[in-house]
Design a protein around this ligand. Structure first.
Ligand code: THU
Length: 141
């Protein structure tokens, strides 16, 4: 992945963050994924008065990409106004294990800091489709 692609992906996540609907926490998060087709699809956190119905930016971006037909995610970026690069929640890490297990993951903050990581580093030993007995339960099917 080139630095230009990386910077573009983080920039897309930053733009998506401006769309966050977060009237309760006022914590705005943006995410963007790069598909194998070279398309960037983004998402932001969307909160709900019934708090558990809130959806994180990473999941909105990943679900948006899958809803548009993408099945191979090359990279994912997430950004928030945190002291260091934002740390994805456990639920999002589990969804990444399902929908983008091999993606390059960039964690960023609005001050310009970023780190590159992987799902294996974020969620070692993840329960994933290979743990299920059904042979057809594989990503992309
Ligand atoms: N949030 C995300 O969008 N992604 C994360 O990985 C962590 C948390 C959102 C959910 C909620 O709208 C707000 O941040 C505060 O938890």
């Amino acid at each position: 992945m080139t630095s230009i692609n990386r910077d573009n992906l983080i920039a897309a996540a930053r733009v998506a963050r401006d769309k966050a609907y977060a009237p309760y926490s006022r914590f705005h998060v943006g995410a963007a994924v790069l598909t194998a087709e070279g398309i960037i699809i983004s998402g932001c956190n969307i909160e709900n008065a019934a708090y558990p119905s809130t959806m994180c930016a990473e999941r909105v971006a990943l679900h948006n990409a899958y809803a548009q037909g993408a099945r191979t995610i090359i990279a994912l970026a997430v950004i928030a106004d945190t002291p260091g690069p934002v740390s994805p929640c456990g639920g999002c890490r589990q969804v990444m294990a399902e929908l983008c297990p091999r993606a390059i993951i960039f964690l960023a903050n609005t001050a310009g800091a970023w780190v590159e990581t992987s799902l294996a580093a974020l969620l070692p030993g993840a329960f994933d489709p290979n743990d299920l007995p059904m042979a057809s339960a594989k990503p992309g099917h």
